[in-house]
Design a protein around this ligand. Sequence first.
Ligand code: FAD
Ligand code: DLZ
Ligand code: SF4
Length: 509
Amino acid sequence: MVSRLVLILGDQLSEDIAALREADRAEDTVVMAEVMDEASYVPHHPRKIAFLFAAMRKFAAHLEGQGWRVRYTRLDDPDNAGSIPGELLRRAEETGATEVLAIEPGEFRLIAALEDCPIPVHLFPDDRFLCSHAEFDQWAEGRKELRMEWFYREMRRKTGLLMAGDKPEGGKWNYDHDNRKPAPDEITFGGPMQFTPDDTVEEVLALVEARFPENFGTLRPFWFATDRTQARQALAHFTAHALPRFGDYQDAMLDGNRFLYHAVISMYLNAGLLGWQEICEAAEAAYTAGDAPLNAVEGFIRQIIGWREYMRGIYFREGPDYTRRNALDHQRKLPGFYWTADTDMRCMARAIEQTRDEAYAHHIQRLMVTGNFALLAGIDPHEVHEWYLAVYADAYEWVEAPNVIGMSQFADGGIVGSKPYVSGGNYINKMSDYCKGCAYEVGEKTGDKACPFNYLYWAFLHRHRDRFGKNPRMAQMYRTWMRMSDEKRQATLDSAEAFLGKLDTGARV
Ligand code: FAD
Ligand code: DLZ
Ligand code: SF4
């Protein structure tokens, strides 16, 4: 029998993948490799690199325990070829293998590299997802608008999650009107489960410290789960202690609390340590047992079988040029404070500091703080995309790009969102306690002390009036803008121009 290689990438750490199902434990060799190409195509947060390397090493050991022959390359291995195709060729020469089995990577960049590899690579679909590319395309075909809500209902029907026969549990598909409460005074959840580094993790931390000393991000204290058992413990901890209040406060932000009632499991799910099914089943079981209310459980399940699957569908449907889209023709460079948190805007400083310290920020911080600011300030969406891809432990293009290019920056021209997610300081003030301690005044609309989100918001609408002026969902905002006096409108535009001018010179804002 011809021997083959089975490639397992850093975000494919699941036993139940097609490439392993197809392979022969007695004849084939699993290949896993820590390589500089993957570790540096963007300046990843050190915690993301350490998490993946530690989880890869533990997964390799686990496979060996299951009787698989594994060739594992460490980053500091002197023979390390530096890239995934390079490692495949090296291992093929060593073993005499003539073919590679793999599941489709989550980025077009790497799919292209595998397709160009001199040794034939058989790519299987990544069936760890609920919706295949073909199924998504079938759903999307002929629709004028690809709205997530309709897709989500299909996924509810398909999985039977929270279904009472063919009707949604409780009579409604979506309970968001019960969610989105402002930040509470007290958070009763102590945060995600944290794990003390073991020897494998410590070894990786030392490697990452030595090899990536300049990357943005704090490595220690490192507390992520790095194997499936730990990730399942983290999931159980969330389900028992935070899920009941997840819905209520999913859009809230608090200066003194980085995690609120969020699950903090996306890095485990995206790397393959958890599966969507077990997560959703755990949430549904909490509802059935009366431990968590429907608004929380429905909202949570919607994020996973709705948003997550929908985003992946969009990425693969739209193709490799998606990350270069720039529908609003935004050209400004990403301000330096995205890498330093050195800004007087407290909401921005807090979201960036937290990103630096944890490789994590929750959805509303990503969307309505750092994303909102980039959009209002007209930052080049590709630069924004590269920042998000680098700084979050859960970031891979298939999920990051539709969230950033589509949902957050409207750079796809309205495929993901029917209108841009923009807001002035009022929204941030309502949902957080950031504004209280800010150098800017959220109640001020113009002038040096005014919250920059306020005038940038109106200047954004004004700049893009030809595109958005006729959007019925934005009509109210344009009416408000046009009702302002000429002087007020001019003062607003002048404040925005002065601020953006400062931004362009690199002055502190
Ligand atoms: P929770 O808030 O507890 O939600 C539960 C789960 O739902 C998450 O773990 C995640 O798997 C899923 N989920 C929720 N929202 C989304 C969404 N919009 N898209 C996909 N899955 C979702 N998520 C990533 O996994 N990787 C990214 O690179 C990423 N980049 C983002 C960039 C921007 C600009 C925005 C607005 C969102 C991005 N998201 C990304 C989605 C979301 O912010 C994260 O999934 C979430 O913050 C992860 O934290 P959590 O596990 O505590 O999630
Ligand atoms: C993100 C990442 C990093 C930092 N390093 C590696 C690595 O050394 N080896 C590997 O197999 N995978 C790594 N990854 C994950 C890949 O970049 C990921 O599989 C692709 O981006 C596709 O999603
Ligand atoms: Fe952010 Fe404006 Fe509030 Fe300051 S006043 S924290 S800049 S929203």
